[in-house]
Design a protein around this ligand. Structure first.
Ligand code: BDP
Length: 685
C-alpha cells in the first residue's frame, strides 16, 4: 500500500454478485482468428489478463476460438473477422477510439472491446478494467468512446543527472548520473499508467536542455533512448525529445545556429535521419528557444518562424513534429519601467507570425500569460492565430500550487480554461474546441502538460496528487467529464469502495483549489512566493526583480493596471467581448480583479467586501478549511490502509503549517501597508 500501483490496483473483488458476474465474462479472452496477437494488441491482451487475474484471482485463457458461452473478444476492426460483420458500421469512432458492447446471440453472449487501431483496443481493455475496478456491471455495455484531442501529451522536465526541474516527487525515473535508465521496469509501469488514461505522447527531457542532454540525439545515447521508445511503443505512446536550439554549436562543430544557414539546416537534417534510424516512430522535437536565457533564432536576427521551420523541414520526411513553445518573454526587464508587461509577451512575439509556420509545427502555449499561477486569465494568444497549429500547455506539477505538499486538485482550473470562450470566431470559440482543431482547421493540435511524477514510491509525493495525473489524462480524453466524475472515478480505483473515503476524497479535492487560493496570492495578482523555490510566502520576493512579476502594492492599493486607457494595454489582446469585460472595473470578475486593475484597498468587490477585508477573510478561511479537512481525514483511520493514512495525514499537517504562514504574513503585510484594521480584529501587527 505504498501507492505504487496508483489507480491500477485491481484489488480482489470477492464474494459479491459482481465478482460472480465478472468471473463469468472473463474466463476467456478471444482474438478472432486471422488477427495476429502482436504489438499494442498483445499489450491489450496482456493487460486485460493481468488485471483480471488480480481482480478475480483466476487467469483468463486467451484463444482464437471461443469455447465458453460468455467471453470477451478483442478486435482491431476493419478486417474481415466475424466481429466486423456483427459490428457493422463503425464510422462513429475515430482512429484511437473504441467500442465496448455486450452482444447476445442465442446461447452465446460476449463483450466486444474493439477499435479501429490496436491502440483503440488497448484503451478499451483499460476501460473494461476500470469498470470492474469501480464495481460497474458488464451485462449491458453499449459504449462508444473517441478521444477529443489527437495529441494527448506529457512533458517531463527531467535532467540527465537525475534531477527533475520543478519535481516534487523524488528524482527522475529516466536518468541517473548522466546515464539513461533504459532497462528500468519502472518505465514500463509508467507507460502502463499513462496508457490507461489515454496518453499517447511523452517528451522525456527538460525543455531547458543543458549540454549533457544535448547528447540524447547522438549515437552516444540514442540506443538507450530507443529502448525507452520501444517500451512506450508497446503502450501506444510516442516518444518526443526536447532539443537544444543551439545543437549545431553545442555538439555539431559549427560556430552558428542561424536557421537560414545551409550548414545548420543540413546538420539538423542529418540529425533527424539519425534519430529516425534508431526510433522509427519518433514523435518529434520540443523546443524552448529565446526564453529564459535559452538560445534561439533572435541571436541571428531571425524570428521564431525561421527557427521552427528549420527544424520542421528536417523532421518532415518522417512525419515528425516540432512543438515550439511560446513561453517567450524578457526575463531581464527593469522593474522600474512600467511600459513593459510580461503578460503581453507571447502574443506580441507570435501573433504577427501567423501563417508563417510549416504544417508540422505546433505552437505550445501555456494556459495563462504569466506562468501557471493559482489564478490567471486564459492566454489571449490561444486561438488568435488562425493559420498556425496550436496546442495547450498545462502544468500537472504543482510548482506554484503547493508543490505536492499542499493539496490542489487542478482539474477544475483546467476545465475553466477549456470552457473559456475566446470569441475568436464569434461566440462558442472555446479553448476546448480550438485545442481540438475545431475552430480553426489545424492539421495538428491537442493538449500537453508538465509531469508531476518522480521516483518516489507513490510517483507523485502526495498520494492525493495522483488525482491530478489521472485527471489530466481523463480530461484530455474527454473534456466533458465533470471534475466530480473524474475525482470519483479516481477515488474509487485508488481507495476502493468505502463511501466515506470516497466522499472525503471527492469533496476535499473539489474544494482544494479554492482553499489554496484563499491562503495565497489574492484575486489573480499571483506570485508573492519565495523566489526561485516558489513554495511559501515572500510577498515582495519578486517585487523588485527582473522577472516581470509584480503586484505594485503601496499604502493606497494593489494590482496591475493592464487596461487600455491607463495601463499596459494587455486587455486589448483579447477579442472585443472579453477585452471589454476585463477592461472595465465593473465587469471584471472579482477573482481576476488584481490581475487587470490597480485599485485602492477600500475598493468594493462584487461580493460586497472591500479588497482589504477580502484579503483578511480569505486568509483566515483558508487555514480553517485546511483544519477542517484534516479533522475529516482523521475520521478515516481504519478505513484507509495505515501506510497511506499516515502519509496523507503527515502531508496535511505540512499544508496547515504552510497555510498559517501565508495567512500571517499576507495579513500582517497588508495591515501594515494599508493601516486598515480587520473588521474582526484578528490580524496580528
Ligand atoms: C517556469 C519554471 C521554470 C521553467 C519554465 C518553463 O519555473 O523552471 O523552465 O517555467 O516553462 O514555470 O520553461
Amino acid at each position: 500500500n505504498n501507492g505504487y500501483a496508483a489507480w491500477l490496483r485491481y484489488d480482489e473483488v470477492t464474494g459479491t454478485e459482481l465478482a460472480a458476474q465478472y468471473a463469468e465474462w472473463t474466463k476467456e479472452i478471444v482474438i478472432p482468428s486471422g488477427v495476429p496477437i502482436e504489438g499494442v494488441l498483445k499489450t491489450a491482451v496482456m493487460e486485460l489478463s493481468r488485471g483480471v487475474r488480480s481482480l478475480l484471482e483466476t487467469a483468463p485463457s486467451v484463444t482464437h476460438e471461443s469455447s465458453q458461452e460468455r467471453f470477451i473478444v478483442l478486435d482491431v476492426l476493419g478486417g474481415e473477422t466475424w466481429v466486423d460483420k456483427v459490428m457493422g458500421d463503425v464510422s462513429v469512432i475515430s482512429d484511437e477510439g473504441y467500442i465496448l458492447k455486450t452482444v447476445r446471440e442465442g446461447e452465446r453472449e460476449y463483450i466486444v472491446a474493439a477499435g479501429l487501431t490496436e491502440k483503440g483496443v488497448l484503451y478499451a481493455a483499460f476501460h473494461l478494467l476500470r469498470l470492474m475496478q469501480s464495481g460497474a456491471s458488464l451485462d449491458q455495455l453499449d459504449l462508444v468512446e473517441s478521444p477529443k484531442y489527437s495529441l494527448r501529451m506529457i512533458n517531463h522536465w527531467d535532467n540527465i543527472d537525475g534531477s527533475v526541474e520543478r519535481g516534487y516527487s523524488g528524482r527522475s525515473i529516466f536518468y541517473e548520473n548522466n546515464k539513461v535508465l533504459s532497462d528500468a521496469e519502472r518505465i514500463r509501469d509508467y507507460a502502463r499508467l499513462m496508457a490507461s488514461v489515454g496518453i499517447n505522447g511523452i517528451a522525456i527531457n527538460n525543455v531547458n536542455v543543458h549540454r549533457e542532454e544535448t547528447f540524447l540525439i547522438t549515437e552516444k545515447l540514442l540506443p538507450d533512448v530507443a529502448r525507452i521508445a520501444e517500451v512506450f511503443g508497446e503502450y501506444g505512446i510516442k516518444l518526443f525529445l526536447s532539443v537544444n536550439y543551439a545543437g549545431t554549436i553545442e555538439i555539431g562543430g559549427l560556430e552558428t545556429a542561424d536557421p537560414l544557414d545551409e550548414r545548420v539546416r543540413a546538420w539538423w537534417k542529418d540529425k533527424a535521419a539519425e534519430v529516425y534510424r534508431y526510433i522509427p516512430d519518433f514523435g518529434g522535437f520540443l523546443v524552448k528557444a529565446d526564453s529564459e536565457n535559452r538560445p534561439g533564432p533572435f541571436t541571428y536576427g531571425r524570428d521564431h518562424a525561421d527557427g521552427a521551420n528549420m527544424l520542421a523541414e528536417a523532421l518532415e520526411p518522417y512525419g515528425g513534429l516540432v512543438l515550439w513553445r511560446c513561453f517567450v518573454y524578457n526575463c531581464h526587464q527593469d522593474w522600474r519601467d512600467r511600459s513593459t508587461d510580461r503578460a503581453r509577451a507571447a502574443f506580441d512575439h507570435f501573433k504577427p507570425l501567423d501563417g508563417r509556420f510549416k504544417d508540422n509545427v505546433i505552437l505550445q502555449i501555456k494556459n495563462g500569460p504569466m506562468d501557471f499561477q493559482v489564478r490567471e486569465p486564459v492566454s489571449p494568444l490561444f486561438g488568435a492565430m488562425e493559420h498556425t497549429n496550436q496546442m495547450m500547455e498545462f502544468q500537472i506539477a504543482q510548482e506554484y500550487t503547493g508543490q505536492q505538499r499542499d493539496v490542489c486538485f487542478l482539474i477544475p482550473q483546467w476545465k475553466e480554461v477549456l470552457n473559456f470562450d475566446t470569441h475568436v470566431k464569434g461566440a462558442g470559440s472555446t479553448v476546448k474546441e480550438i485545442a481540438a482543431g475545431q475552430v480553426h482547421a489545424y492539421t495538428h493540435s491537442g493538449i500537453t502538460a508538465v509531469s508531476n511524477i518522480g521516483n518516489d514510491e507513490n510517483w507523485t509525493g502526495h498520494h492525493l496528487a495522483q488525482a491530478n495525473l489521472y485527471g489530466y489524462g481523463r480530461l484530455v480524453w474527454n473534456p466533458e467529464l465533470t471534475s466530480e466524475e473524474i475525482a470519483r472515478e479516481w477515488a474509487a480505483q485508488t481507495f476502493g469502495s468505502n463511501e466515506k473515503v470516497q466522499d472525503f476524497s471527492v469533496n476535499f479535492l473539489l474544494q482544494s483549489w479554492s482553499i489554496y487560493e484563499n491562503y495565497t496570492a489574492p484575486l489573480g495578482v499571483g506570485w508573492m512566493v519565495t523566489p526561485h523555490y516558489h513554495y511559501g510566502p515572500d510577498i515582495d520576493g519578486y517585487e523588485y526583480s527582473k522577472w516581470g512579476t509584480y503586484h505594485f502594492a503601496d499604502h493606497k492599493g494593489i494590482g496591475v493596471d493592464r487596461t487600455i486607457a491607463t495601463g499596459t494595454g494587455y486587455t486589448g489582446q483579447y477579442m472585443k467581448t472579453n477585452a471589454e469585460i476585463y477592461d472595465s472595473l465593473d465587469s471584471c470578475p472579482d477573482e481576476l480583479l488584481l490581475f487587470f486593475h490597480h485599485v485602492p484597498y477600500t475598493h468594493q468587490l462584487k461580493s460586497g467586501k472591500t479588497i482589504i477585508q477580502h484579503i483578511y477573510d480569505t486568509h483566515f478561511a483558508g487555514v480553517e478549511q485546511v483544519e477542517y479537512w484534516i479533522s475529516r481525514w482523521l475520521e478515516l483511520e481504519g478505513l484507509v490502509d495505515e501506510d497511506r493514512f499516515h502519509h496523507v495525514a503527515g502531508r496535511m499537517n505540512k499544508q496547515l503549517e504552510n497555510a498559517k504562514q501565508w495567512r500571517d504574513i499576507v495579513n500582517t503585510y497588508f495591515f501594515r501597508k494599508s493601516g486598515i484594521p480587520d473588521a474582526q480584529n484578528r490580524v496580528i501587527y
